[in-house]
Design a protein around this ligand. Structure first.
Ligand code: OGA
Ligand code: NI
Length: 356
C-alpha cells in the first residue's frame, strides 16, 4: 500500500491527516467542513430515522437454570434479528461507568500537545489519532480516537497509555477486567442458545484472545447532513462491547434495510455480534451494519471494546451447524482484523469476501 513518500523526516501519522479537534482549532470557529469529510453519495438523510428499542438482556438471569429457557430464547432472537442488545446487570455500577465516561472526556479535553504524546505511528493501529488514510478517494470520519490493545498483556504498548488523566490507566485496567467477565458470560450464552458446547465461542476467543479498546470522540459538526462520525460498517470482531455517551445519541443500526437510532440506556452496555461470530454461527447470528451520525452542537464520546481471536487462529463455521439443509456459508478466515480496515475505508464489507 502506498504510504506517503514525502521527504519530511518520519511523519508520525499520514500526512494531511489532522485530528478533527485539530481542524476545528485551526478553523477558529469557521463553519466550513473540509471536502474530504463530505459524503457525496450515501449522505446520512436522518430525517425519517426512528428510535427503536433494542432488546435488553439481563446478564444475571441469562445463565441461571430457573430462567434459562425464556431468557436464552430472547437472547437468541436478539442475535438473529438485530445482532445487538443492551446488557444490564453486568456487574458494573452506574457510578463506575460514569467514571469511565468521564476519563474519556478528560483525555480528549487535554491540550493537543499533551494528546500528541500518544500519537499513532504510521502503520500502527494503536495510539491517538484519526482514520488511517489509505487512498485519496476515502471519505473521512468525523472522529478522533485513542486505540489501545489491552489483552493479551503482551500486546500492550504502555507508552501509549495516557498518564493524564491520572486515573486512566488504572480505570482502564479495571474496566477491561470486568469486560472480560461479561464477555465470557455472553460467549457461553451464545453457545447455549444454539445448543452447542458451552465453550465453543469462548475457545475462539479464549484466555489468549485479543481485546482492543477504542476511545471515540465525535466533535460537533456543522454539516451533520453530509458528514458521518463513522461510515456504515459491521465490526470485524467476535463481539463488540460499547459504552455509549450518557446524553448524546448518534449510533444507528441497519435492520431490514432501514436505519434505526440506538437509544441510550445509561447503565447498560451495548453489545453487538461481529463478523466472526456470524461466520462461526454459519450465518445464524447477524453482524449488524451500523453507523454514527454527527451532532451540530454537542460532542459525543463512546468507548468500544473489540474481542478478537488470538493471532493466526482460524475461524470457520462450527461443524455441527453445517449439514445438507444448512450448507457451509463462509470460508475459513484468519487475522481478519488486518484486512478489515482496508475494506472499511473503501466502504466494503470484508465478510462478503468470505462468503461461499
Ligand atoms: C465502532 C462503533 C459506535 C459508537 O467503534 O466500531 O461502531 O457509537 N462505534 O462509537
Ligand atoms: Ni462498529
Amino acid at each position: 500500500m502506498a504510504e506517503s513518500s514525502s521527504t519530511i523526516a518520519k511523519p508520525k501519522i499520514e500526512l494531511g491527516s489532522k485530528t478533527v479537534q485539530e481542524l476545528l482549532l485551526l478553523a477558529k470557529g469557521e463553519q466550513q467542513v473540509p471536502e474530504k469529510y463530505i459524503h457525496k453519495v450515501g449522505a446520512p438523510d436522518d430525517s425519517s430515522v426512528q428510535l427503536k428499542d433494542i432488546p435488553v438482556i439481563d446478564l444475571d438471569l441469562l445463565l441461571t437454570p430457573s430462567s434459562t429457557t425464556q431468557q436464552l430464547e430472547n437472547f437468541r432472537t436478539a442475535l438473529t434479528t438485530w445482532g445487538c442488545f443492551q446488557v444490564i446487570n453486568h456487574g458494573m455500577t452506574p457510578e463506575f461507568l460514569d467514571e469511565v465516561r468521564e476519563m474519556t472526556k478528560q483525555f480528549f479535553a487535554l491540550p493537543l500537545e499533551e494528546k500528541q504524546k500518544y500519537l499513532r505511528e504510521v502503520n500502527d493501529i494503536q495510539g491517538y489519532g484519526n482514520d488511517k488514510v489509505i487512498s485519496q478517494q476515502q471519505t473521512l470520519d468525523w472522529t478522533d480516537r485513542l486505540y489501545l490493545s489491552v489483552y493479551p498483556q503482551e500486546a500492550r504498548k504502555l507508552k501509549l497509555w495516557p498518564q493524564n488523566p491520572q486515573s486512566l490507566r488504572g480505570t482502564l485496567e479495571q474496566y477491561s477486567r470486568k469486560l472480560q467477565v461479561v464477555t465470557k458470560t455472553v460467549l457461553v450464552a451464545m453457545a447455549r442458545s444454539l445448543n452447542l458446547d458451552d465453550n465453543c465461542f469462548w475457545e475462539q476467543y479464549g484466555e489468549k484472545g485479543k481485546m482492543d479498546v477504542r476511545f471515540n470522540l465525535y466533535p460537533p459538526c456543522s454539516r451533520p447532513d453530509v458528514v458521518l462520525g463513522l461510515k456504515p460498517h459491521a465490526d470485524g470482531t467476535i463481539i463488540t462491547l460499547l459504552l455509549q455517551d450518557k446524553q448524546v445519541e448518534g449510533l444507528q443500526f441497519l435492520k431490514d434495510d432501514q436505519w434505526f437510532r440506538a437509544p441510550i440506556v445509561p447503565g447498560a452496555l451495548l453489545i453487538n455480534v461481529g463478523d466472526l461470530a456470524e461466520i462461526l454461527s454459519n450465518g445464524i447470528f447477524k453482524s449488524p451494519v451500523h453507523r454514527v451520525l454527527t451532532n451540530p452542537e454537542k460532542e459525543r464520546i463512546s468507548l468500544a471494546a473489540f474481542c478478537l481471536p488470538e493471532l493466526d487462529k482460524e475461524t470457520e463455521p462450527f461443524e455441527s451447524l453445517v449439514n445438507e439443509s444448512t450448507p457451509k456459508l463462509y470460508k475459513k478466515v484468519k487475522n481478519y482484523d488486518r484486512t478489515f480496515f482496508d475494506y472499511y475505508q473503501q466502504g466494503r464489507r470484508p465478510i462478503e469476501a468470505s462468503k461461499i
